[in-house]
Design a protein around this ligand. Structure first.
Ligand code: C2E
Ligand code: MG
Ligand code: MG
Ligand code: MG
Length: 274
């Protein structure tokens, strides 16, 4: 009967949600120990600057080698880390590790090489964020001008004024700020003038869809606003040439390199004349 089927579905749904709950709890517990168990690692993806033919920076991308085997990708655990607040200590770990790695990167790529770190909105709303980050960089002997902070538009969901103030402080200290995933989600163009920004990271959807007029429009708009643009998701030679010809400031994607541990980053730029 319809009633029977409904009841059955209800039980099935209940069982599934209870399972999710338990699974989340296990993740949470394991994630809370990930730092002390030394299970977190940073992988790096180069940011290539076509105008000079050089790698000018690298983005740090977090990986969790968790106890039960396998690598957990950020999309599978960052949301849990954000919900539980664990992203705050994890985020500080990321910044410290990125600083340590920068000392190695600068010997390979030069002192102007920048390291980019993703910052979630929960981190930015930690009262001690600015002071703590500055303290970490001081301890690790890295000047803020060597670090770029990537934020997303969701950062401003709470209080725009608060975010403006924090970003201004960070920029005054020397950090550069990039707006990540530009062109997705809730992006509104007014954000570009409301937030103190240095860069836009153009979401890979634009590249994937091959929407040349839209890419051109974004590049023109960014130029008018004195913002540099890094194109994400450059996967093919065609993408690479297109964006280089359009004079996009920076290029990032699997075509340059897939995210890898520090030691596996290419030391030469074989793809420079690709
Ligand atoms: P994101 O900051 O936009 O990072 C770019 C993502 O695109 C990375 O995924 C990268 O591996 C992937 N990617 C790079 N090039 C290509 C390409 O050519 N094609 C395709 N299809 N994908 C490409 P990943 O490493 O899985 O990270 C996902 C997201 O997790 C990041 O997106 C970022 O929002 C977040 N995340 C990563 N590390 C951290 C972290 O340390 N802290 C915080 N708060 N968030 C992080
Ligand atoms: Mg990013
Ligand atoms: Mg991005
Ligand atoms: Mg993204």
């Amino acid at each position: 009967t319809a009633k029977g089927a409904g009841r059955k579905r209800y039980h099935l749904f209940e069982a599934t949600s209870r399972y999710d709950h338990v699974e989340n709890f296990i993740h949470e517990l394991a994630l809370s120990k990930a730092i002390e168990k030394d299970e977190l690692r940073l992988h790096y993806q180069l940011i290539y600057h076509p105008a000079s033919g050089k790698a000018v920076g690298a983005e740090a991308l977090l990986r969790w080698f968790w106890t039960h085997g396998g690598i957990m990708q950020p999309n599978d655990f960052i949301p849990v880390a954000e919900e539980t607040g664990l992203i705050v200590p994890i985020g500080y770990w990321v910044i410290r590790q990125a600083c340590k790695d920068w000392h190695q990167l600068k010997t390979r790529y030069g002192p102007l090489f920048k390291i980019s770190v993703n910052i979630s909105r929960i981190q930015l709303h930690d009262d001690r964020f600015v002071a703590e980050v500055l303290q970490i960089l001081k301890e690790e002997d890295v000047h803020p001008s060597a670090m770029e902070l990537e934020i997303t538009e969701s950062t401003t969901l709470h209080s725009l004024q608060e975010v403006q103030l924090i970003l201004r402080k960070l920029r005054e200290a020397g950090f550069t700020i990039a707006l990540d995933d530009f062109g997705t989600g809730y992006s509104s163009l007014s954000m570009l003038t409301l937030l103190p920004l240095d860069k836009l990271k153009m979401d890979r959807n634009f590249i994937r869809d091959g929407n040349v007029p839209l890419i051109a429009a974004i590049l023109a708009m960014a130029q008018a606003l004195h913002l540099q643009v890094v194109a994400e998701g450059i996967e093919t030679k065609e993408h690479f040439h297109l964006l280089a010809e359009m004079q996009c400031w920076g290029i990032q994607g699997y075509y340059i390199n897939k995210p890898v541990p520090l030691m596996e980053l290419p030391s030469s730029i074989e793809w420079a004349d690709a």
